[in-house]
Design a protein around this ligand. Sequence first.
Ligand code: ADP
Ligand code: MG
Length: 683
Amino acid sequence: MHFAIGEQPFYRLEDALLQSAVTCLKGIGEQRAKAFKRLGVNTVIELLYFMPRDYLDYSHLSMVDSLVCGERCALHLRVLNEPKNVFVSRRLQMLALSAEDETGQLQIVWYNQPYRKSLLRKGCEYIFCGQVDNNRINRLINPIVCSELPGILPVYPLTKGLTQGCIRAAVKCAADTYLEELNESLPGSIIEKYELMDLRQAIHTLHFPQTFSRLEASRKRLAFEDLFVYFLAVNTFKEKRKSQKGISFKIHETIEEFEKKLPFNLTKAQHRVLLELEADLKDFRPMNRLIQGDVGSGKTVLALYALKVAASSGYQAAFMAPTEILAKQHFDSIKNILGTEVCLLSGSMKKSERDAAYSYIETGRAKIIVGTHALIQPGLKFLNLGLVITDEQHRFGVRQRAQLVSKSNTVPDVLIMSATPIPRTLSMLLYGDLELSMLDELPPGRLPIKTHIISKNKRAAMYGFIYQQLLKDMQAYVVCPLIDYSERFNVKNAIEVFNELVDRFPNLSIGLLHGSMSTYDKAAIAASFRRGEIKMLVSTTVVEVGLDVPSATIMVVENAEQFGLAQLHQLRGRVGRGKVQSFCFLVCEEGSNMQNERLQIMVQTSDGFEIAERDLELRGPGEFLGTRQHGLSELSASSYANMSVLLEAKTAAAEFINYCSADEIKRFNARLKKIYNFEIAKN
Ligand code: ADP
Ligand code: MG
């Protein structure tokens, strides 16, 4: 999913017709419009920009005698018997029939699609497009039925109340009626120079690709545009900061004196980065620094040092964290280590508490302020904000950076700390407005997590081992790619795995956690796991950020091949926090060599930077761009970018700012304002 749900796309604000609600499309009433809304699609234009998450290649016919397990295929078959209902379980209905072509027979089954029964006749021929069972070569699962070859089919993110067929039909209707309203959004000179597909074609191809190479060109164009606008923002932001004069802080305490107050010795890397920070703080140039350090590499003390320097020079310093738990944690460290007065600001404060905190901050009595997004609320004013630190940068984008900076009536120093390692080459490109410090060393004495790749046939034995560990008072996470059944039938889902484990270990306390539960239920389950009442927590990737349970020592990832390495690294980082040996099990299909090579990287190294570098080599930069992890969720199409598109978009943006006319800039300013909250001034 590359379209940030709930965020308004920003394209072509001026095209009124394209802004029509999706209910103007045939077949979409109030109910379906509600479902579309959950996917972030309210209007026709949003539907046209709705990115398929995958494509199915049904552009040629296969024969029954040459199928491969797990493969997608289109078959022209004659139905041999009337479809029969087969009982599987209360939750699962199965419909089955046999069919053949001239090379052989196979069984076709549908799960939970009973309506198919009345649509298929014995003796008739149809084209069936679906996936061959992973274990049985003569079984086709959940195929769609067509009268002619469908070609390359888009697969969209789904939500309850919508099917692929329904989305495809709506998109078709939108494209037929409204696509010609869509005007080119990039300057002609850029389209020509970088040989980009024009916008209308690109959008059409996105949904109805004739060939994969055309699809590639369409994705390139859309990725280019997103990145182009992003780089316009980054470059402008950088230029603006460069020309400003910032604060030169007084260093009252050397790094060595600071180190004496800590309960441990600094690592070499921490020492090196502190020197870089010190130089920045002293200098009049505004600091714009990104510290990249793996989880647990000890970034917090670096922030504490900078906060201390700013506060003792008479300025206010703000420290922004993505969650209340983290903010509270930082608040405690500051009190313990710095012993200074510090103010905590969170979204869940009562109004009276918040008012008190606001006035404490506004009058300048509070020197160090720690908080969540509450720090960028419009009502909050600072007296003399001189330093801004954001932790876990991957949750904050350029927009938030700009917002925080605008809270200061001078030009504050900015320090960003990121726990998601991304390759150096890529950081330098993406965060071109920032200088980079690498904290590439962990404090001594950590037990490395033992990581194993588990093939499907060893899965049961693995759970047996885990069960024994849990009896010894340990706790385990089990992460699945999906919540429930979807058309990706061969991928484990959390509900199914939960049911399976509850059946198998009836005396074990097992919990279930996933994104579509209510906030209240999620918090209750998480708290109960933290208290140790739940021994095994089956979940989707909602545990990736936020949950911090030191007694959890086992991480199981089901269908690990479905995850990116960066994500696996984050997931693995949930364990290995205590003194006890931790384990990570990556359960996977017997996959291709490429997949195995990828997962082997997880076994070979626990160094997040190395993992990131190798992931970049294997899969290109898309994974780093497309996920929401890097605060770049504004870039919906950019997950398709490769390195050369990135570089081209960056060059194009730099050239454009230099040579474009004020009129041309105007076309982009509305978008820049909407996404990044600032505009390019040009006269
Ligand atoms: P992160 O980089 O993930 O924010 P933290 O700053 O939270 O890491 O540090 C993780 C843990 O390591 C903390 O308990 C911290 O006190 C400890 N720590 C930090 N630096 C060192 C060090 N040089 N030696 C030993 N322990 C350290
Ligand atoms: Mg941290």
